[in-house]
Design a protein around this ligand. Sequence first.
Ligand code: S3P
Length: 176
Amino acid sequence: MKSNVVLIGFMGTGKTAVGQVLARWLHRPLIEVDVLVVKMADKSIPDIFRDGGEIYFRELEIAAVKQAAAGEKQVVACGGGVVLNTINIERLRGTGVIINLTAAPQVILKRTAVAGGARPLLNVAQPLARINELKKFRQPFYDWAADITVNTSKLSIETVAGKIIDRLKNYAGFNL
Ligand code: S3P
């Protein structure tokens, strides 16, 4: 029986915000993979990228996902690039149902602009073009990983969380 609710999806699709609501409603801890990465490295995400590049970040992310996937009855919010290493999804899928959040590029741009500089991959002159390029490349990975997909573009955080819970109630092999 799977018991973790795992949120994946591109940056700015609402993984952390929805994860907080789900954790509260389901009385489960919220485990944020990026927070585990920061603890492991004892550095912020921009500093990890600056000092060791994306490769170093992905190595830490694999270790953090392994740790998160080993727990039970949690809500796990992943970083947007977690799908890029197949091993991460295999591990997360072993103990959880994978919820893929999506949003339109313009919405992602607006949501990510508020946290200026916190996302090194979008710290470029043309962030919208970058979002489109990364999204296009990653789309097959998200599609492959997803058990359930919810488009968050026009929905409130609570509505998204409610939809996820409705889908989980009918999900065979999941312990809500
Ligand atoms: C990344 C997404 C970020 C963070 C890192 C890389 C990505 O997390 O893990 O900056 O590759 O999409 P969020 O999706 O929570 O912004």
